[in-house]
Design a protein around this ligand. Structure first.
Ligand SMILES: *[C@@H]1O[C@H](CO)[C@@H](O)[C@H](O)[C@H]1NC(C)=O
Ligand SMILES: *[C@@H]1O[C@H](CO)[C@@H](O)[C@H](O)[C@H]1NC(C)=O
Ligand SMILES: *[C@@H]1O[C@H](CO)[C@@H](O)[C@H](O)[C@H]1NC(C)=O
Ligand SMILES: *[C@@H]1O[C@H](CO)[C@@H](O)[C@H](O)[C@H]1NC(C)=O
Ligand SMILES: *[C@@H]1O[C@H](CO)[C@@H](O)[C@H](O)[C@H]1NC(C)=O
Ligand SMILES: *[C@@H]1O[C@H](CO)[C@@H](O)[C@H](O)[C@H]1NC(C)=O
Ligand SMILES: *[C@@H]1O[C@H](CO)[C@@H](O)[C@H](O)[C@H]1NC(C)=O
Ligand SMILES: *[C@@H]1O[C@H](CO)[C@@H](O)[C@H](O)[C@H]1NC(C)=O
Ligand SMILES: *[C@@H]1O[C@H](CO)[C@@H](O)[C@H](O)[C@H]1NC(C)=O
Ligand SMILES: *[C@@H]1O[C@H](CO)[C@@H](O)[C@H](O)[C@H]1NC(C)=O
Ligand SMILES: *[C@@H]1O[C@H](CO)[C@@H](O)[C@H](O)[C@H]1NC(C)=O
Ligand SMILES: *[C@@H]1O[C@H](CO)[C@@H](O)[C@H](O)[C@H]1NC(C)=O
Length: 535
């Protein structure tokens, strides 16, 4: 669901294992047996995955109720280049990759080299799995088998307006998901909310023997950072947030209805304009004007809806049906990372026009099927990542989740649809997932998003972000005194979708010596959506 960092998040669907079974994450040839790592209330780091260190930190399951039990936070540390007792050592720098529901352990492992380079070598860079995610325990297991999860999510990707019953079905599904969580993992579902994870971050910092937090949060990670800053404004050492959530609206439960699609159509226009500018040899769906490119894509969606295209691969045995809903979903996903995804999407549309649907598949149904294959037969509890754990996090924070009638939910969808034609694809992954959800996080937000922090926050936003408009960055910056907004003049979700060297240097200086960019700084991305150099 929601505002995840990468479109590959669908593929982050994980098999959750019980404590008895080994959970491992592969990196090249390295695996690490997390459940063989004894959890401790102090920091006990052991070598893992070759050059890294891992720990499981014991914390209260609920900070507001000492008798509710314990949780164990999985964390992976990219060790600082200097010893921890060296004066140049800067302490831990925590990272969250968004979702909600994405694994910080996995992301830190993948991006270790980039992180050290950009964020600084004198920090211990800490990727941790938030509550209910990855190797953090207890798991939030909604489903007893992959088959059960697949049955539940069977029509994925969803649309809010495929048929007269689509929206009502999403509403009903959301209620069932809430009931499943309540009966199968109720106490865990009450313990995955953002304020709980903010309290965990303070626990992690203290386990390192420090009092103040250094943090880099992307997408939903910006909400986690803002939550920490509201709750502990005097405990900020450094905080850079990238791809900004309007935290006021998030906790109200209105962030998706009010502002999330503000710039979505402008992102799509940028893609179509770039196609026209790049020419027919660079853009497979080239037409003489952006409006004609748009019409061509809309024709392909309508044609696939009227006559869905069968895909069957005789050598692998894989099969799937490509309909208009799937194409619309892939279009929406493409908007997250147009510099890398627009060309493959355009190729897939052009192939579809000739009756070949095979290029439309990667990243959607294929990913769910892969996840199924990975989990199948292992008898493991199954989580579909952002589709279920993400719901528990998002909806558990919200004031209004589960309080709407289906008619009110439909009215919210219709308000989103006025803003963007992508609302039908986006509603089921955002606002819709909370429509019938009734569980609330037990640890509540206590603080204000208008406050003085002990060090100014650096807010970063792309000029055009399809799901977190740059206006959110200005809104949040207005509340935190001394904070600065750096705008990266690029298109896509978070600065990472089209990283400019100037943004990397600004991040580096901020974490290295606390230098903030001047207010109004714009970093120009050099990337092209359709590059005429490519064919
Ligand atoms: C678990 O850890 C112990 C000691 O740390 C080690 O001897 C043992 O081989 C490990 N077991 C597995 C399955 O990795
Ligand atoms: C860390 O905690 C464990 C038990 O949780 C204890 O045995 C050990 O002595 C502690 N180590 C330090 C350095 O406090
Ligand atoms: C705290 O947790 C315990 C154990 O789950 C539960 O019995 C108790 O009702 C909880 N207390 C509150 C105030 O929620
Ligand atoms: C990390 O670095 C590699 C190689 O330097 C690059 O290909 C990749 O895109 C970078 N990842 C991000 C998120 O910037
Ligand atoms: C969201 O939009 C609705 C309708 O325009 C408005 O009534 C409401 O106050 C807005 N909520 C927030 C938090 O801005
Ligand atoms: C069909 O499956 C085979 C084997 O998995 C794969 O190599 C090939 O690329 C697939 N063909 C298409 C058109 O996807
Ligand atoms: C939903 O679909 C119907 C039938 O295609 C269409 O008439 C209607 O305008 C759509 N509603 C929205 C809000 O897009
Ligand atoms: C909220 O924070 C204030 C100030 O830090 C504190 O005095 C109060 O006890 C907190 N309330 C709750 C419910 O934690
Ligand atoms: C922030 O600090 C300034 C001056 O130091 C003070 O005037 C202002 O009231 C403070 N704001 C908050 C929200 O505490
Ligand atoms: C920020 O957004 C909230 C929610 O929409 C709104 O109430 C508030 O007035 C905004 N603040 C600023 C400074 O724009
Ligand atoms: C952003 O980049 C575009 C070209 O990609 C350029 O036309 C525009 O002037 C830039 N805007 C700013 C504020 O630098
Ligand atoms: C801060 O660090 C950056 C990058 O390391 C460097 O370019 C800059 O000169 C430093 N500024 C100060 C005031 O030390």
């Amino acid at each position: 669901m929601t505002i995840r960092l990468r479109l590959g998040a669908v593929a982050l669907a994980l098999c959750l294992t019980g404590l008895a079974a080994a959970k491992t994450l592969h990196r090249r040839d390295e695996t690490f047996d997390w459940m063989n790592l004894t959890a401790s209330t102090n920091l006990t780091l052991v070598p893992c995955y070759g050059q890294f260190e891992c720990a499981r930190l014991t914390v209260p399951l609920q900070y507001s109720n000492a008798s509710a039990g314990e949780a164990q936070i999985a964390m992976l540390v990219i060790p600082a280049a200097v010893p921890r007792d060296d004066p140049a050592y800067l302490g831990p720098l925590l990272f969250n990759p968004g979702g909600p529901g994405n694994s910080g352990v996995q992301y830190a492992l993948q991006e270790a080299a980039n992180f050290s380079l950009v964020l600084g070598r004198n920090y211990d860079i800490v990727g941790f799995d938030p509550r209910g995610v990855g190797f953090t325990t207890p798991p939030l297991a909604f489903f007893e088998s992959p088959a059960e999860a697949l049955e539940f999510f069977a029509p994925y990707p969803f649309s809010a307006n495929d048929s007269a019953s689509s929206l009502g079905r999403i509403f009903a599904q959301s209620r069932i998901l809430s009931d499943l969580a309540d009966t199968r993992a109720g106490a865990v579902a009450e313990s995955v909310s953002t304020p709980t994870v903010a309290l965990d971050m303070l626990s992690i910092v203290r386990a390192f023997g420090r009092e103040k937090l250094s943090f880099y949060g992307v997408s939903y990670g910006s909400l986690l950072g803002a939550t920490f800053a509201a709750m502990f404004p005097d405990k900020i050492e450094r905080m850079a947030l990238d791809g900004i959530v309007n935290a006021h609206e998030w906790y109200q439960g209105t962030s998706y209805v009010n502002a999330s699609l503000t710039d979505t159509e402008a992102v799509l226009d940028a893609v179509y304009t770039s196609c026209v500018g790049a020419g027919p040899s660079a853009c497979p769906i080239f037409e003489a004007s952006p409006a004609l490119v748009r019409a061509r894509v809309e024709r392909a969606i309508a044609a696939a809806q009227a006559a869905p295209v069968p895909v069957y691969n005789a050598s692998s045995g894989a099969f799937a049906v490509v309909d208009g809903t799937l194409v619309a979903h892939q279009l929406f996903e493409m908007l997250y990372t147009p510099y890398t995804s627009a060309l493959p999407f355009a190729r897939a549309v052009a192939a579809l026009e000739t009756g070949d649907g095979s290029l439309m598949l990667p990243g959607s149904e294929a990913a769910i099927v892969d996840a199924y294959a990975t989990c199948a037969g292992a008898g493991r509890p199954f989580s579909a990542g952002f589709l279920d754990v993400g719901a528990a996090i998002t909806c558990g924070d919200s004031l209004v989740a589960g309080t709407r009638t289906v008619d009110q939910a439909r009215a919210e969808y219709e308000r989103m649809a006025v803003v963007s034609g992508q609302a039908a694809a986006w509603y089921p992954l955002s606002q819709g997932i909370c429509a019938g959800w009734s569980i609330r996080g037990k640890d509540r937000l206590n603080g204000s998003f208008e406050t003085n922090t002990s060090f100014p926050i650096l807010f970063i936003s792309n000029a055009l972000d399809p799901v977190l408009a740059v206006t959110n960055a200005h809104n949040m910056s207005a509340g935190f005194s001394g904070s600065v907004v750096l705008t990266q003049n690029a298109t896509g979700h978070t600065s990472q979708s089209g990283f400019a060297p100037c943004t990397a240097l600004a991040l580096n200086a901020y974490f290295d010596n606390g230098t903030l960019p001047s207010p109004g700084t714009v970093c120009q991305s050099e990337e092209q959506i359709f590059s005429s150099a490519e064919s």
